[in-house]
Design a protein around this ligand. Sequence first.
Ligand code: NI
Ligand code: MN
Length: 227
Amino acid sequence: MKVTYYGHSCFLIEEAGAKILFDPFISPNELASGKVSADRVEADYILVTHGHEDHTADLVSIAERTGAKVVAAFEITTWLQGKGIENVHPMNLGGSVELPFGKVKYVAAVHSSVLPDGTYGGNPGGFVINFGDLCIYNAGDTALTLDMQLIGRAFDVDHAFLPVGDNFTMGADDAVIAAQYVKCKSVIGMHYDTFPYIEIDKNEAKAKFEDAGANLTLMEIGETIEL
Ligand code: NI
Ligand code: MN
């Protein structure tokens, strides 16, 4: 699996012949300025965890330009249809869909969700993607919740994308516990440093995972890694 980081919670995953983009927020992100450009991001699928602007700022423009299929809560895909984006797949919590690259499940997140213009965004969530020989979990914005144990029971998660920025989501201490709940030792951190409220000490966060026998990867914006 190839992973490219566009900053905040925006990642591109390339696996099983598909380019899957998560939570496009690039053009308003000062940390991403000069490093990556929303105009050049490629995608076959765009998975959106919830409606907040820091997850959807570039959603409409990238969906329009690429024609990628947007997978998100029903309320978000309905909002997109109102903006002329027709290639969508609506979901709600607990549901799964078989897509050409693998099976996608929309799972619970403890957070809130409203779109940038104030439209209700439905329930916020995360995604488990089972590619067959590889399984990943993107928690979206969420607090630590015991529901994550259900993911650990049902799936063999290889890599978990977890928020570590604290304040609006869980911080590193709770993310360590979340990784234990989902039974995953490889964690890619997200939702940190973008705003003053969520600035973190990266070495301290990594040490917390190391102490728990897990690994926290914090990518550079624009960086691509193979996992
Ligand atoms: Ni949010
Ligand atoms: Mn957020």
